[in-house]
Design a protein around this ligand. Sequence first.
Ligand code: ZN
Length: 302
Amino acid sequence: MISIHNLKDPSGPILFDGGFGAALQHRGLTSGTPPETWNIARPEEVRKLHAEFVAAGSAIIESNTFGANSCRWHASGERAPLGLVIHEACRLAASAADAKAVVAASTGPLGDVLEPYGELSREQGKHAFREQYSMLKSEGIRVLLIETMMSLDEALLALETAKEVGFDAVGVTMTFEPGPHGPRTAFGVAPAEAARRLSEAGANIVGSNCGSGFDTMRIVAAEFLEHAGVPVLIQPNAGIPVVGADGPMYPETPESFGEFLQELYETGVRLLGGCCGSGPEHIACAKAALRRHSVGGHRINI
Ligand SMILES: [Zn+2]
């Protein structure tokens, strides 16, 4: 099992897992239902998906807790207590990790916009982050990932709160779309600015997840590598989804996904995984691609 020290100072590639929500939808979760409901309703499915990622080569797996903050949870109309949802999520991930993988917590935005652009006060936002992070910490989580962030203000508030709660490592990844001046988040944040500000604010890992396909992610990753003062984590979608009758379809095959992660590794990205549309087979192909290529004459040990 990799150590948390490796995560903060990686010498070779470290594989994370793929997108959890989209994979559960593929297995029958109704679109619009929070994936975290399955921690209680379908625990075996959640455990099985984690175990498949571990078997595929994920050294880090993420708890099914992305939307388990009080703002999002209550807005979704779900009634199960958040503490129970988070407890079950951590229990299932730890059981599947089976001492072979590290369990990191997946967390995301609050779903409401902070003042002055939205209605949510900083105090309310901080309270919701603190509640979720404290619950995760009390379940034994040592690595916290703050993902799919679009507002730098919210990402910095989340990071500040996570550092106060106290984890061994905190990673922050933002989501970018292509634009006329290069990739930007929905709030207009450029990758270079995100990389600098989040590194300076004390993130142990920075980078990007989800997003708009490989071409945009290639540019985002290069900017992060240039401007981040800490290791970079990139977790792309399996391409831009096309919505059909059976829900979203992701165009990238496990093989093309694996080749893309290997390409990112060659450019200097050390922490690699996937987001929406990438399942265990994509992670298995990434592992195979990383093994197949040698970098600088050295075989990669993964
Ligand atoms: Zn995604």
